[in-house]
Design a protein around this ligand. Structure first.
Ligand code: FAD
Ligand code: SF4
Length: 850
């Protein structure tokens, strides 16, 4: 973890004394700037001050009562869900404080300010003088009154948590991961509550949200949007109770449930309270500063009636408003820095029009202004598509946009935010506000964005900041993101960031070096990575990290790609490490929306028998399988199997895995072919079965779906497969590669026409091995084939122009020889928890034949 500073030993209360920071003299007679609060606003204000030459004017001291450097609080949700480690969310490492000569007292709380002698007193007994003081103490979780929240000793009952700090987050993760903890109730269905619910669900415990409002995120949207959001949240398996108030936390020494006002109790072993925040104003109140709902400041961010004390962030009340999001504090920090440094003494903060744009529980949400019409003359344009979780609502008054809510699709958010902020002319056809009809296209949209339009809300990055970085010579999207932090929060603005950088670079965007890395955590492209693995004899994912990652750091996002690559390269020499696998690969089944799995037994070439069908039917009956479905790849899919039942289902089936999961070779679809079809010219069924038998289970950078058709009528849809084979006149076979008919549609390119099925198998294997060795991680053949070019592929694979054929064939043979049916693991489980249910299951419908 980055940024921990030892908390100093408590000392007796010191007398105010002039030390090294003497008011008179001192190094270059710089004024002393003291900041209370080392959170997002405090640190940002200091960054803005430094950017205005503040280092020459001030010696800076910061106090933060959390024992860490400054971190991105927004990212705590990602830490809770395990998507980020806490080390990754620090905004300013300790070295940043050192490099900027900032004295940081981390883990030290300021208790009192003496405005007359100009000292702050902290709980380590220190008295620190200031010339200019900034208060940035933020907020804390609000714990609404409830019976049983505290133990008789006055501390919070074990199992009850707020959600505000790194420490809160770590404790929640720890608690959630304890084996016997199965159920959590989150109190509050706003942004924070939903983030907590989403994060905790990923630890495999059952989550229920209790929200007192009539609908979710009631502060940001109206009931219709709330209903669509609820549907999306419930689809994740999170149960929601709206219009419900929690009256008590049950349990004597630890949580055993909660009581609701009008509904039955809910049993649980963990309660997260996300029912709002309260500004931290104790130190201001104790020191006699003006506090109403929060510390009262003027348009310069100066505390009312104080010459040298400023306040910024969530602890601030400005013109009656208190803000609970980061965007306003970015604006405040700029104005404050202009005044503190004298860079622009005319600068004024006039309040923020909060447009929220974030990802909540994986759902994109944008909201600004009114949620619905208020006057009879207000126009209300609504588009709702609940099944896709999409909802859009726009309120227009006097031809100006006065509010919008976007759920599940926020592509128009930049344009709408600007229309809302600046009263842009609206298209006559209002539908154009929601979709790209009649409104500026994306390029025009980016060009028209004002310089100060906020592109990344989470990190407060404007269009101008991005454009400036590009003007200063940074021509890669990743570089601009690194330099400004744009796109490094909830991630919902990444597309817009890319568009702005491309527009600013005027076509001169360079490829990111990182874009060529095979996996993000190792700075090597695929050929170099493979060469290094071979040279150093590396055999496991952890060995690769140790040898090749910067600082030997493990990177979770790289593990799957590396595991697949090593398996492909090393076959039985590969050392398998379980944590390098994705859930599908860990349990050899496809995870479904409700947390159950689907089981697809092998059915080579789509051909089955009475015995197989009977066995599948018996198993489906015995295990109460809620849905039996034929897949697009000619298999029978048993859907809705709980994780713990997988080994038994496999045992009962006693058939090999059909590889419906994972990044690997999956199926060969075949047509009826020669034996039965009137048109068939080749035995497509036999060839399909032969190909499937040969290549079953081999790893690849992305899934591989194949097909064989018995004549050019192409009933197996061979032209839109990764490898598709078609029998043509004269006993010949055409082999197509790089086809697709999913999210992307592409007709495959003709690789070769050959005379016999053996040649088909050989070239299919050689192409697949070349693809396995050369393609990027997750790059499907429909992207790979046009990238390297079909002529090149023909030359290498068919004509052997690079003298590679022998080694490609040998490498493929080694993988083929290494095949073991993964379902045999049922008898020899690798870890005790391998098949334990880890996700809450939603009740899905039992699907009869419709
Ligand atoms: C889990 C989570 C998710 C969020 N997600 C979003 C989001 O997606 N979008 C968004 O816009 N906003 C989000 N927010 C809100 C955002 O984090 C806050 O608006 C922002 O952090 C406020 O900054 P601040 O500096 O005012 O307060 P803080 O970041 O809380 O910093 C205040 C600091 O001062 C310290 N402090 C308090 N009193 C004292 C004292 N007396 N002496 C010394 N130190 C003291 C506190 O310990 C704290 O470290 C989220 C918040 C949380 C908790
Ligand atoms: S592709 Fe040709 S051989 Fe195969 S089923 Fe269709 S018509 Fe018959």
């Amino acid at each position: 973890m980055t940024g921990v500073v030892e908390r100093p030993q408590a000392k007796p209360q010191a007398k105010p004394q002039a030390g090294p920071q003497s008011r008179t003299g001192g190094p270059a007679a710089r004024r002393r700037l003291v900041v209370i609060g080392n959170g997002m606003a405090g640190a940002r204000a200091v960054e803005e001050i430094l950017a205005r030459g503040g280092a020459e004017q001030f010696s800076i001291t910061m106090f933060g009562d959390e024992p860490y450097g400054n971190y991105n609080r927004i990212m705590l949700s990602h830490v809770l869900s395990g998507e980020e480690s806490d080390a990754d969310i620090f905004l300013n490492a300790l070295s940043w404080y050192r490099e900027n000569n900032i004295t940081l007292h981390a883990g030290v709380r300021v208790d009192r300010i003496d405005r007359f002698t100009k000292y702050v007193y902290s709980d380590d007994g220190r008295a620190t003088p200031y010339d200019v003081l900034i208060i940035a103490t933020g907020s804390r979780s609000h714990l609404p009154p409830m019976d049983g929240l505290y133990t008789p000793g006055g501390s919070i009952k074990p199992g009850v948590f707020g959600f505000r700090t790194i420490d809160d987050t770590r404790k929640m993760v720890q608690h959630a991961q304890q084996e016997h903890h199965r159920r959590v109730v989150v109190i509050g269905g706003g942004l924070l509550g939903l983030e907590a619910a989403y994060g905790l669900q990923s630890h495999g415990i059952e989550v229920e949200v209790v929200h007192s409002g009539g609908h979710l995120m009631s502060a940001q949207m109206g009931p219709d949007g709330g209903a669509v959001l609820r549907r999306s949240v419930e689809a994740l398996g999170i149960r929601v109770h709206t219009g419900s108030r929690t009256t008590a936390v049950l349990g004597t020494d630890r949580v055993s449930g909660v009581s609701l006002r009008d509904k039955p109790d809910i049993a649980c072993d963990m309660v997260v309270v996300a029912a709002g925040i309260r500004p931290n104003v104790d130190v201001a109140v104790l020191s006699g500063l003006p506090v109403e709902r929060a510390i009262v400041v003027d348009d310069r961010l100066r505390v009312q009636d104080e010459e040298d004390i400023y306040a910024v962030g969530e602890c601030v009340q400005h013109r009656g408003e208190v803000y609970g999001l980061v965007a306003p504090l970015w604006e405040q920090a700029v104005v404050l820095a202009n005044h503190v440094t004298g860079a622009d003494t005319s600068s004024a903060y006039l309040g923020s029009r909060t447009a929220t744009k974030l990802k909540v529980a994986g759902v994109e949400v944008a909201s600004m202004g009114l949620h619905g019409p208020e006057l009879d003359t207000d126009e209300h344009i609504v588009f709702s598509e609940p099944s896709r979780g999409v909802f859009k609502s726009i309120v227009v008054r006097d031809n100006k946009m006065v509010g919008a809510t976007l759920l599940g699709d926020s592509r128009k958010v930049a344009y709408l935010t600007q229309a809302y902020d600046r009263g842009l002319p609206l298209p006559e056809e209002r539908i154009g506000l929601m979709f790209d009809l009649g409104t500026p296209g994306e390029d025009v949209g980016v060009a028209e964005l004002d310089d100060d339009a906020q592109v990344c809300n989470c990190n407060g990055v404007s269009k101008k900041a991005l454009v400036d970085v590009v003007k200063d010579g940074c021509n890669t999207v990743g570089g601009a993101m690194d330099a400004t932090r744009a796109g490094k929060g909830c991630g919902s603005c990444k597309l817009l960031v890319k568009q702005v950088v491309e527009w600013a670079a005027d076509g001169a965007v360079e490829e990111d070096p990182a874009a060529s890395y095979y996996v993000p955590g190792i700075p090597l492209d695929k050929p170099s990575l493979m060469a290094a693995i071979r040279k150093q004899g590396l055999r496991s994912v952890s060995q690769v990290f140790t040898a090749l990652a910067p600082g030997s750091a493990e990177d979770a996002k790289s593990k799957m790609g590396l595991a697949s690559l090593l398996k492909m390269m090393l076959a039985d020499q590969y050392i398998d490490e379980r944590d390098a696998r994705f859930i599908n690969d860990r349990v050899h089944a496809n995870i479904q929306r409700d947390g159950t799995f689907s089981v697809v037994p092998q059915m080579k070439g789509g051909v089955t028998s009475v015995q197989q069908l009977r066995r599948i039917a018996d198993v489906a009956e015995k295990h109460n399988v809620p849905m039996i479905k034929l897949t697009g790849g000619q298999r029978i899919d048993l859907l809705g199997i709980p994780k713990e039942d997988l080994p038994q289902v496999w045992a009962d089936l006693d058939m090999p895995s059909g590889y419906a999961y994972g990044k690997s070779f999956r199926t060969v679809k075949t047509c009826v072919g020669q034996d039965f079809c009137r048109y068939g010219t080749g035995d497509s069924t036999k060839l399909g079965i032969d190909i499937e038998s040969r290549f079953q289970g081999i790893e690849s950078p992305a899934k591989l779906k194949l097909a064989v058709s018995g004549c050019p009528r192409n009933c197996a849809e061979s032209l839109v497969k990764d490898v598709g084979v078609v029998a043509v006149e004269g006993g010949r076979w055409e082999i197509y590669v790089g086809g697709a008919a999913g999210a992307h549609i592409r007709k495959g390119d003709l690789l070769a026409t050959v005379d016999n099925p053996e040649a088909v198998k050989l070239l299919t294997g050689r192409f697949m091995q070349y693809y396995r060795e050369r393609a990027n991680w997750l790059e499907r053949t429909y992207a790979f084939v046009p990238r390297v070019g079909i002529e090149h592929l023909r030359a290498v694979i068919v004509e052997d122009s690079e003298d590679l054929a022998e080694s490609l064939d040998a490498a493929m043979q080694a993988s083929v020889d290494d095949y073991v049916d993964p379902w045999s693991e049922r008898d020899d489980q690798l870890t005790p928890g391998q098949f334990r249910t880890s996700l809450p299951l939603t009740v899905l419908p039992q699907v009869p034949v419709r």
